[in-house]
Unconditional design. Structure first.
Length: 136
């Protein structure tokens, strides 16, 4: 996204942006992680065979941006017993920025023999089906 400094300041001063900042500050104060609400979240998933064992490793990557934003930590939480994952965010009161870009990654442990062709990732916008591609 390309935005002029003047437009960025005007957008930051909008009622919607101020409400979003208040929401982020409240979440940061509570210390409770929530489903990620970054803009333009994009997901990639890969499976990679590991050292001629026949076992695979699952790699998941997420990327998105926040405007306006507190300091945000993004991370994946696996849903037990499923190939389903939640992208979580933990807000901080450490500082607020105009726009920041974030990436999260998660790698399974060794031993996933039957990784499906798709997985589910949930964020604040709902559940998304992500195609698992071969890494190599």
């Amino acid at each position: 996204m390309s935005i002029s400094k003047e437009d960025a300041i005007q957008q930051l001063q909008s009622k919607e942006a101020q409400e979003l900042l208040q929401q982020h500050r409240k979440q940061a104060t509570s210390g409770t992680p929530v489903l990620a609400s970054a803009h333009d979240l994009a997901y990639k998933a890969y499976k990679r065979p590991y050292v001629n064992t026949g076992d695979n490793v699952l790699i998941i990557i997420a990327n998105g941006w926040y405007f306006p934003t507190p300091e945000v930590k993004l991370y994946f939480e696996p849903v037990r017993g499923k190939f389903e994952y939640q992208l979580m965010q933990n807000n901080s009161n450490a500082g607020f920025n105009l726009a920041t870009y974030h990436t999260a990654q998660w790698t399974s442990g060794l031993g996933m023999v039957n990784i499906p062709s798709t997985i589910i990732v949930e964020d604040a916008n709902g559940k998304h089906t992500v195609t698992v591609e071969s890494y190599i």
